[in-house]
Design a protein around this ligand. Structure first.
Ligand SMILES: *Cc1c(COP(=O)(O)O)cnc(C)c1O
Length: 373
């Protein structure tokens, strides 16, 4: 039987043909496909301006430029995320202020956010882990009360909703990733949803060497921008993917529901909370490590023997060497540490068959029942 990876992109033949057209066109870097992709994304996000870049990390980096983060400015975020979320704050010279997660949603604890606000706080950087949205009502109530910017790291939550409204269609800055593992991809890429045309123009300068070009063929450089532009090759993939994102997410939801129906409580897994608002970017139970005779690495190895790929997203990041070097230690964020130590990502991607879920569950039953004490 084929190996079942934890995720795999779905690229249709029309998209592959359009990529070939771009390659034959003579213009393969940023051009008409990028413009079309940005226009289509703007439509997707309720008409707000959207600009694309070559990674989600790049979108976050430029967003921190836009809010004019100064050295020493504090940005409140979560220790349970992909390290990009925190690296970008350090990269911009800011000070990440980590607060623990809510053990139920596994997203940043908004009570802890409010308690961590100081006169140096400039922004909140929440992450919708696995696609489950952070409570936007409470988030923006806190931000408005304290005069803070919000940079939503929605890398994992494209297509998720909050009370019927699409994430990114309201609120402050919202960053998306089109990495190959995300709900839609451009191979690598990202986007920022912005508030107005002025922010979009500033974004364009930071995106490409600070350059502004004028109609008469002259140019000026007004700030020391970077090199973040997306190619038309990638944008062609994005245009093809955007047509399917709603169907992809609907399929993910059905597959997630099937996991809920098939996972036997006797196996001891702690399931994620069900949410109709989630795009089900990942399906992440927690292993009952205190009841198992094996650790997570051995569990992963045994599932692999059954032909099943399992991901780990993510160990609590403050326990990585670099962050320990900054003074972070065990037991500072107990909920993030507990989830980070026991989380597993089961296979979940739109091309999966219902029977693939059954296959994963059969393997889970065998591996877990054989290891429960
Ligand atoms: C994927 C991801 C990013 C970074 O996106 P890239 O496109 O890989 O740079 C940032 N934050 C979170 C939560 C992510 O999942």
């Amino acid at each position: 039987m084929d190996f079942l990876p934890f995720t795999r992109p779905s690229i249709d033949e029309d998209t592959i043909a359009d990529v070939a057209d771009v390659l034959r066109s003579g213009w393969i870097t940023s051009g008409p496909r990028v413009a079309a992709f940005e226009a289509a994304l703007s439509g997707y996000f309720g008409g707000r301006p959207v600009r694309v870049v070559n990674s989600g990390t790049g979108a976050l980096e430029i967003a921190l430029r836009l809010i004019n983060l100064q050295p020493g400015d504090e940005v409140i975020t979560t220790p349970l995320t992909w390290v990009a979320t925190v690296n970008v704050i350090l990269h911009a010279g800011g000070k990440p202020v980590l607060v623990d997660i809510d053990p139920v949603t596994r997203n940043i604890d908004l009570d802890a956010v409010e308690a961590a606000i100081t006169p140096r706080t400039r922004a909140i950087l929440p992450v919708d882990l696995a696609g489950l949205p952070v409570d936007r009502d409470r988030l923006y109530t806190i931000a408005e009360k304290h005069g803070l910017r919000v940079l939503e790291d929605a890398a994992q939550s494209q297509g998720s909703t909050w009370q019927g409204r699409k994430i990114g269609s309201f609120g402050d800055l919202c960053s998306i990733s089109f990495h190959a593992n995300k709900n839609m991809t451009t191979t690598e890429g990202g986007a920022l949803v912005l508030n107005n045309a002025e922010e979009a123009r500033l974004f364009e300068k930071w995106r490409l060497q600070g350059v502004t070009r004028f109609a008469d063929g002259t140019m000026d450089v007004e700030l020391p921008g970077g090199k973040y532009n997306l190619t038309d090759v990638a944008a062609a993939i994005g245009l093809g993917q955007l047509k399917h994102i709603d169907a992809f997410n609907a399929r993910r939801k059905v597959l997630a529901q099937r996991y809920f129906g098939q996972i036997d409580p006797a196996w001891g897994l702690a399931l994620p909370v069900w949410s109709d608002d989630s795009n089900w970017h990942m399906f992440q139970p927690l292993l009952p490590l205190d009841r198992l005779s094996i650790g997570r690495p051995e569990f992963l190895a045994r599932m692999k023997e059954h032909g099943i790929g399992i991901g780990v997203h993510y160990p609590a990041l403050h326990l990585f060497s670099y962050f320990r070097g900054l003074g972070y230690r065990e037991s500072m964020y107990p909920h993030a540490e507990a989830v980070g130590a026991s989380t597993i990502s089961l296979p979940l991607f739109p091309a999966m068959h219902d029977t693939d879920i059954d296959r994963v569950c059969t393997a889970l039953a065998s591996v877990l029942q054989g290891a429960l004490r």
